[in-house]
Design a protein around this ligand. Structure first.
Ligand SMILES: [Zn+2]
Length: 171
């Protein structure tokens, strides 16, 4: 089944992120480099993210490889074409999950470091409610700003929890 990419843009505005992500995962291909299961991305996301000439882009379905140990960011459905980290305009959160200065939210420019700084300074995190407010205000553009091509909230929530966990351990 092809994922319904026509509603991808509205994924962030209607709260249906979980549904659209699971639909995308269900139709995933396998990365030719790592063998990891890819997540289907819209061609518009690939075009927005590439740092190479778009003459390279094929009229083919593309997938996103989120494996941190794999240099491939996007691959074509038949596995014959890959775009690696150095061919992407953005640093990719999934490829360097331990970096403090990589964006985890590309629309409102939050990083693991900025999320940690707020938690240390105030003891709480307003990042998720801030992003939700931005989504409500129609300011979110995950489909073309986030390399994964979909809403960042799952990743942001995971970062908040992970930072809180390390603060507990250190306390
Ligand atoms: Zn891969």
């Amino acid at each position: 089944m092809q994922p319904d990419l026509t509603n991808q843009h509205s994924c962030c505005s209607n709260g249906a992120c979980e549904i659209s992500i699971s639909q995308i995962t269900a139709s995933a291909g396998l990365c030719p480099a790592s063998g990891s299961k890819g997540r289907r991305v819209d061609g518009a996301t690939v075009k927005a993210m590439l740092a190479v000439s778009l003459t390279e882009v094929r009229d083919a379905p593309y997938f996103f490889c989120k494996d941190a140990d794999c240099p491939v960011v996007y691959f074509s459905d038949d596995g014959t074409q890959t775009f690696t980290k150095d061919q992407i305009r953005e640093r990719v959160y999934q490829k360097e999950p331990d970096s403090d200065d990589v964006f985890v939210c590309y629309c409102f420019r939050h990083t693991p470091g900025s999320i940690r700084a707020e938690l240390i300074a105030t003891g709480e995190s307003t990042v998720v409610e801030g992003i939700n407010a931005g989504i409500q205000a129609g300011q979110c553009a995950c489909d073309i700003r986030n390399p994964q091509g979909s809403c960042c909230l799952g990743n942001v929530n995971a970062v908040v929890k992970a930072v809180q966990q390390t603060m507990k351990v250190e306390a």
